[in-house]
Structure formats: C-alpha cells, structure tokens
Design a binder for this molecule. Sequence first.
Ligand code: SF4
Ligand code: SF4
Length: 65
Amino acid sequence: VPKECRIDPELCIGCGICVAICPSRVLELRDNRAILLNTKFCIKCGKCVEECPAKAIIYGKKREG
Ligand code: SF4
Ligand code: SF4
C-alpha cells in the first residue's frame, strides 16, 4: 500500500509536468524543484510517479540505487 509521495530534489529537473497533471493540485514548483504541498490531499493516483521523466517521485521510502 502506497504511503506518500516523495520527491527527490536531486533527481528533479524542475520540468513542471507533475505540477500540471496532479489532479489534486498538491504539487508546486519552488526554486525549480517540485514539492508536495500537502500530503493529506494527495489521492495517490500515481500519475506524477508515472509521468516524471526524471523518476524523481516515488511512493514511500527513499529511492534506492
Ligand atoms: S499521486 Fe496523484 S494526487 Fe498525489 S501528488 Fe502525485 S499526481 Fe498528485
Ligand atoms: S515531473 Fe519530475 S522532474 Fe518534473 S518537476 Fe515533477 S518531480 Fe521534477
């Protein structure tokens, strides 16, 4: 079961795709990096995870490898 979205600021290239596609509008670009504004409103649809070209968004624990 997915817990919450995490965005790795080192992988994010600031393209803004996730911000544009998030149906809950909980993502925002700040200083050219995507941030999750409010995890409460994330519906865990997985769109941001799928669409991120840098694979910077993951569910749950920090990305490995
Ligand atoms: S999983 Fe869906 S609702 Fe949650 S941040 Fe990503 S696009 Fe938005
Ligand atoms: S889609 Fe990925 S690379 Fe683009 S802004 Fe969102 S987290 Fe960053």
